[in-house]
Design a protein around this ligand. Structure first.
Ligand code: HEM
Length: 450
């Protein structure tokens, strides 16, 4: 790994901030971004707030869908002690499509706290959830950047990756030991998506392990309530990834390959302008972070659900056309991303409730996926459900997941290949969920393969 060297105490770093200043800014980033919000959430949960309780209960356990039902029963838009919150399908879509909100939860512009946050962010590493990331910008910048990236991330490009994804799945399955316990998350779910992303980013085979380490290190950056050591580890990985990308992009610009990153490096918008270096690096970082842990979790959640619902697994194995439906139902029933947030930029109304400028609306994607107005008998896992694709697991509106087609293809190939080769796959005791709250999935899925 290309380690970052820590500047000596008196020596200013390239951003002009000495070691002590960097430490203070890091501590502030952790405090404002993780410690303070998480303490507030825990306190409110103890006081009986449903929204806070749902967040606290999400760690390391099944998604608390019964709390989402309670929130929805209180009306389409609920006012919790943390923010406005919705688990109502139509309201979730209304918020995500609204021109009156911006992506993310913002402190900026909120007096002293906002100024402290800006000061602390000045030494933060590139992040998949900060500008110029697609996830953190709005029109017109978002429209321009998204259009450019979409030109490269086409349905045809995904189709072309399918044969390679099948090869990767087969190779990983060939390497799994028989007759002894194996952790399917470590040996299969976590490896397949990163190898596919390496194809997209044009990573030479000798460096795929490095990229896997960056992905694993950076993925928690999408979560809330990280511990101080964890945040330090995440930032370290992001810095290492940034340094590696700088070299990799220089290579891709000099000798563009067939990969999507090389194409993105030379793509231009309608006025002939290419992506800036920061936009290009950030997009590559987002593809790695957004496409890594989420897809790992989709595959893991699918394996666990099919092992728990053997009748549904038999149904899929009897007709290969059903695997698309399996993926939709897994995404609906146990979505890899629990929720997202929006900040209201002008006084508006949501579900006819007035919402002031500056308010935060938490959108419970996993809650909307269990709304009985849209999904009949929503707590039943049913791969033949005709309305499964109405789920909002890839969000909606202008920030709708850019990798949805890719993730669906990877999920289908990974689940179908595994189960066709091991039709009576049995999980062993010891399956554990990840401690992350927003990203939902398994840390381990022990199994025995015959
Ligand atoms: C099962 C797997 C995946 C899930 C559940 C998922 C989920 C999401 C969600 C919920 C958002 C929007 C967040 C918001 O509205 O605030 C999003 C955005 C995004 N995702 Fe995915 N994602 C997955 C896989 C991927 C993959 C494989 C890629 C990489 C190609 C990817 C790239 C992106 C990008 C670039 C955005 C930002 C789009 C924008 O803001 O315009 N995702 N994803």
């Amino acid at each position: 790994m290309t380690g970052t060297t820590t500047p000596a105490r008196t020596e200013p770093s390239p951003d002009g901030v000495g070691r002590l200043g960097r430490g203070a800014r890091f501590a502030t980033r952790w405090g404002l971004g993780h410690a303070v919000p998480w303490t507030a959430i825990r306190m409110q949960a103890r006081g009986g707030d449903l929204h806070a309780a749902a967040l606290v209960r999400s760690t390391g356990s099944e998604t608390p869908v019964e709390l989402f039902d309670e929130i929805r029963a209180g009306g389409p838009l609920h006012r919790s002690r943390l923010s406005f919150v919705t688990a109502h399908h139509a309201t979730v879509k209304e918020v995500l499509a609204s021109p009156d909100v911006r992506a993310g939860v913002e402190l900026r512009g909120r007096g002293r706290l906002g100024r402290m946050s800006d000061w602390a962010q000045a030494t933060a590493p590139m992040s998949p959830i900060k500008p110029p990331s697609l996830l953190a910008i709005e029109p017109p910048d978002h429209t321009r950047l998204r259009r450019l990236v979409t030109r490269v991330f086409t349905a045809r490009a995904v189709q072309r990756l399918e044969a390679r994804t099948e090869q990767i799945a087969d190779q990983l399955l060939d390497e799994l030991p028989r007759g002894e316990p194996v952790d399917l998350v470590e040996r299969y779910c976590a490896r397949l998506p990163v190898l596919v992303i390496c194809e997209i980013l044009g990573v030479p085979e000798s460096e795929t392990e490095l990229v896997r380490a960056f992905g694993a290190g950076a993925a928690p950056s999408l979560d809330v309530g990280l511990g101080v050591t964890e945040l330090a580890r995440v930032e370290h990985s992001l810095r290492d990834f940034d340094a590696w990308l700088t070299q990799h992009l220089a290579r891709a610009r000099l000798q563009p390959g067939e990969d999507l990153l090389s194409q993105l490096a030379v793509a231009t918008d309608d006025d002939g302008a290419p992506l800036t270096d920061a936009e290009l690096k950030n997009t590559a970082g987002l593809v790695l972070a957004a496409g890594f842990e989420t897809t790992v979790n989709l595959i893991g959640n699918g394996i666990a659900l099919l092992a728990q619902h053997r009748d549904q697994r038999a149904l899929a194995l009897a007709d290969e056309q059903r695997w698309g439906g399996v993926v939709e139902e897994v995404l609906r029933y146990d979505p890899p991303v629990l929720l997202t947030g929006r900040t209201v930029v002008r006084d508006t109304s949501v579900a006819s409730v007035p919402v002031p400028r500056g308010a935060v609306v938490t959108v419970l994607l996993a809650g909307a996926n269990r709304d009985p107005d849209v999904f009949a008998d929503p707590h039943r896992f049913d791969i033949a459900r005709p309305e499964a694709h109405e789920h909002v697991s890839f969000s909606a509106g202008r920030h709708y997941c850019l990798g949805a087609a890719l993730a669906r293809m990877e999920g289908r190939v990974a689940l179908q290949r595994l189960h066709e080769r091991h039709p009576d796959l049995r999980l062993r005791p010891g399956a554990e969920r990840r401690p992350t709250r927003i990203l939902r999935g398994y840390r381990t899925l022990p199994a025995s393969l015959t």
